[in-house]
Design a protein around this ligand. Structure first.
Ligand SMILES: Nc1ncnc2c1ncn2[C@@H]1O[C@H](COP(=O)(O)OP(=O)(O)OP(=O)(O)O)[C@@H](O)[C@H]1O
Ligand SMILES: O=P(O)(O)OC[C@H]1O[C@H](OP(=O)(O)OP(=O)(O)O)[C@H](O)[C@@H]1O
Ligand SMILES: O=C(O)c1cccnc1
Length: 482
């Protein structure tokens, strides 16, 4: 039994919603922004993903009778009139977000939610849940894609994924970042991702001999068959038997597509298998490799001259094994308590955790001569950044480092998704997102993209944003003593 998704939230959101309602402040307008503070995997960029699911969630957001009954049973003993308020609850606010597939950087607002505080606060948990996971997996997939280059990438992670949602949305995030197909049929059906598969060791084990298993498989699925050759002895029996079946197929006018290696030294085995296939007249039979692969092992295998054309990547990708979470946060930036928006700030002993006040914009500044991105620029939302006037750029970590830029094109990263509860326009489809992502990569010089020790990409503040932040910090802290 799956109730609706409205209670996919932390209880404290309901409690804050209730307290606002009780105090009569629930209709105050507020602006929240989602961002992350630190890039995952030591990468130089992240790939934003998760917006499609956020949009689906917002469109569906309403409390079912079952959920309302459950709320009434809580120890908080919410007022029945509040339960009635929730019965009418719909998201009526506005959302601006960075398109999926965009390369994004620390501290930039990626999703901005504006509306009645009881709505804008409430959606925090679900938005973070979706954007954090999908952005993490898209970023991991992008690193793997960098190593794979033009080789084919298959997403094999479902069996090791953190349950069903992670499997399908992770498969989608991987596809956004350049994977070519997934083994998950449901992801194929839901999102139109090409679905591909070979066979398991069990198929071979279920027959009296490996050759018989291969023959039967090729008989059943003669078009584009891939045979798993490592059940018993990869070079001693698996590859020779696959070659024999490739010959039988050719006699019937068909071509075997590939063999798959799933254990042992993938460099040595792939090179030797390649030689055997080539010498037998099958230079077009591809070699698929799998076995706990990630971008590091793949790079190593390439350095060893492995003859692998297709990479099946599961566990390490779908669980983001080397960094299993992205620390995206959702923070209040401004609130209207009756006199228009007031910016708010949160201080912290940890300076990285001090928030950036006010509703903000973020623009990508492009060099009109080269077409390359020069840096991103965060400003107050009402500042005009498009006008082509000289921009003073302040490095927020080192404010004494500032520069003025006069020749640039400014591309706003946040695009309108919902206005007053209505979806502004349909989101791009998955193929459009993939090609947009490729175009995004092409905007960046290689030093920002390299996997190891990338050059930090500059994200600067406008003078007004910097002044507001410093003034607010001083105001909250009080005057410094001499
Ligand atoms: N030439 C290579 N260089 C670096 N890493 C490799 C090489 N060949 C395989 N690997 C990786 O090393 C790890 C080896 O795993 P392990 O030795 O446990 O596999 P295996 O014993 O051969 O196979 P399995 O345990 O699945 O039967 C895997 O992650 C694999 O992708
Ligand atoms: O290794 P991954 O990147 O997660 O890719 C998926 C793995 O799933 C299958 O293995 P299986 O579940 O049969 O387990 P095993 O090969 O590890 O024994 C397949 O043979 C791959 O090795
Ligand atoms: O199709 C395959 O070869 C496959 C699918 C999922 C996991 N491992 C392998």
């Amino acid at each position: 039994m799956e109730p609706s998704i409205a209670l996919h939230t932390d209880k404290y959101q309901i409690n804050m919603m209730y307290a606002h309602w009780k105090m009569g402040t629930h209709n105050r307008r507020a602006v929240f922004e989602m961002y992350f503070r630190k890039l995952p995997f030591g990468n130089g960029y992240a790939v934003f993903a998760g917006l499609q699911r956020i949009v689906d969630y917002i469109l569906e957001l309403r409390f079912s009778e079952e959920e309302l009954v459950y709320l009434q049973q809580q120890e908080e003993r919410y007022d029945p009139a509040f339960i009635d308020e929730l019965r009418r609850f719909r998201f009526s606010g506005s959302i601006d977000a960075v398109p999926e597939g965009t390369l994004v950087f620390p501290n930039e607002p990626l999703v901005r939610v504006e509306g009645r505080i009881m709505e804008a606060q409430f959606v925090e948990t679900a938005i973070l849940n979706m954007a954090n996971y999908q952005t993490l997996i898209a970023t991991k997939a992008s690193r793997i894609k960098q190593v794979a280059g033009d080789d084919t990438l298959l997403e094999f992670g479902t069996r090791r994924a953190q349950e069903m949602d992670a499997a399908v949305w992770g498969a989608r995030a991987a596809y956004v970042a350049g994977f070519d197909a997934t083994s998950n049929m449901r992801a194929g059906l839901l999102f139109g991702i090409p679905a591909k598969g070979t066979h398991a060791h069990a198929w071979v084990q279920a027959h009296d001999s490996e050759l018989e298993a291969f023959e039967r498989y090729a008989e059943a699925l003669p078009d584009g068959v891939t045979l798993l050759v490592d059940t018993y002895d990869t070079l001693g029996s698996g590859v020779p038997h696959a070659i024999e079946v490739a010959r039988q197929l050719r006699a019937k006018g068909k071509e075997m597509q590939a063999i798959r290696l799933d254990s042992g030294d993938l460099a040595v085995l792939s090179k030797e298998a390649r030689r055997m296939l080539d010498e037998s007249g099958f230079p077009n039979v591809r070699i698929v490799a799998s076995n706990d692969l990630d971008e590091h092992i793949m790079m190593n295998l390439k350095a060893q001259g492995a003859a692998i054309n297709t990479w099946g990547v599961g566990t390490q990708l779908i669980t983001a094994a080397d960094q299993p979470s992205l620390g995206g946060v959702y923070k209040l930036a401004a609130i209207d308590r009756g006199k228009g928006y007031e910016p708010v700030i949160k201080l912290s002993g940890n300076l990285d955790k001090v928030t950036n006040p006010a509703a903000k914009s973020v623009h990508r500044l492009i060099d009109p001569d080269t077409g390359y991105a020069l840096g991103d620029y965060m400003a107050l939302r009402e500042e005009d950044v498009s006008g082509g006037k000289a921009l003073k750029r302040i490095d927020p970590a080192h404010p004494y480092v500032n520069s003025v830029l006069s020749r640039y094109e400014a591309v706003p990263l946040l695009r309108s998704v919902f206005r007053d509860g209505k979806l502004v326009a349909p989101l791009p489809n998955l193929e459009e997102i993939r090609s947009y992502h490729r175009a995004q990569l092409a905007l960046f010089r290689q030093p920002y993209l390299r996997k190891l020790h990338p050059e930090p990409y500059p994200v600067s503040f406008s003078k007004q944003l910097w002044q507001l932040k410093t003034e607010m910090i001083q105001r909250v802290q009080g005057p410094a003593e001499e």
